[in-house]
Design a protein around this ligand. Structure first.
Ligand code: GTP
Ligand code: MG
Length: 292
């Protein structure tokens, strides 16, 4: 796929700038940044620029939505981050076994940082405060709800649901702050933008659904674990137009005269991908680097 043929993608509306400013204002209150990245695209969904705000804070990376990625590929990604000295685990919002361990892991990471980096010698006499940060739609609010086993924060299958900070008390030892998803202001490459839109961290309308279907089709040809088998098509579509046409005909997204309703058919394709029906895979590969 010739990515150079497309315009770079960006989405950094005013509410994100405001949210970033508000994070900075609350920085003094917090002990640890819990950084959520989508396990399918951990690098593309990581906002390094946002993290510069948390230079002097403990950090823990959580690779979210692991149910939509391949287990072995996610294990590679954990290895990748740990080799760089970063604490990292993976989870999905229904994985009780891992969810149970997360609060203690946050506490341990923050306490270790206080001791080892900040030189604290006395225990903290208040709860540890963790800020849950990341790009839009990576599952920040869902993680908080899963941890407290109540629907306290608003969640939804589109980017930009959380618009305000919200403290949630987990127990006497740990308080969590939900924050609005913040996109990197300038997305480096067209492909990174397409990955972010595919995992719905960016709105479909920014690249457009037909281009997203083109990219998805391209990914199914890359031997990463995505496949169109689910659709049982007679032949592999050559391009997005063919792909959308076939799906439209197959599932009956049709106007009069059997003309395919492109927007509905392409929406169905993207929804199927996002539900894992086109395969569970990471759409970027961890490149091994030995720790320095
Ligand atoms: N498959 C799957 N879906 C998840 C998981 N976690 C969250 N979701 C879904 O992803 C969507 C986004 O979740 P949110 O928790 O609202 O994401 P967020 O990071 O708070 O999003 P913003 O507030 O928009 O920044 C929702 O539809 C969730 O149901 C997960 O582990 N697996
Ligand atoms: Mg949210």
């Amino acid at each position: 796929m010739d990515f150079e043929a497309y315009h770079k993608i960006s989405w950094y509306p005013g509410h994100m700038l405001k949210a970033e400013r508000e994070l900075k204002e609350k920085l003094k209150l917090i002990d640890i940044a819990v950084i959520l990245c989508d396990a399918r695209a951990p690098l593309s969904s990581r906002n390094h620029q946002l993290e510069t705000i948390f230079q002097n804070k403990a950090k823990l990376i959580i690779l979210s939505k692991s149910d939509l990625a391949d287990e072995n590929q996610v294990a590679e990604w954990k290895h990748y981050f740990r080799a760089k000295g970063e604490g990292c685990i993976s989870m999905h919002h229904k994985q009780q076994k891992i969810l149970q361990k997360i609060p203690q892991l946050i506490l341990d990471t923050a306490t270790k940082y206080r001791k080892d980096v900040q030189g604290a010698t006395t225990p903290l006499l208040r709860p540890i405060r963790a800020m849950i940060i990341g790009q839009p739609n990576v599952g920040k609010s869902s993680l908080i709800n899963a941890l407290i086993k109540k629907k306290r924060t608003q969640t939804g299958p589109r980017p930009g649901v959380t618009r305000h900070q919200q403290w949630v008390k987990l127990n006497d030892k740990l308080e969590l702050m939900d924050t609005p998803g913040i996109m990197i202001p300038s997305i480096k490459t067209v492909e990174t933008g397409l990955k972010l839109a595919l995992i719905e961290s960016l709105k479909d309308s920014i690249p457009g659904r037909d281009l997203l279907c083109e990219y998805l089709l391209h990914l199914t040809k890359q031997d990463i674990g995505l496949s169109l088998e689910h659709y049982r098509l007679k032949s592999i579509p050559q391009n997005a137009a063919e792909f959308i046409e076939e799906i439209g005909q197959k599932f009956g997204y049709l106007k009069q005269e059997n003309e395919v309703i492109i927007d509905q058919a392409s929406k169905r394709i993207l929804q199927d991908y996002r539900e894992g029906l086109i395969g569970k895979a990471c759409i970027e590969t961890a490149v091994h680097e030995d720790p320095e």
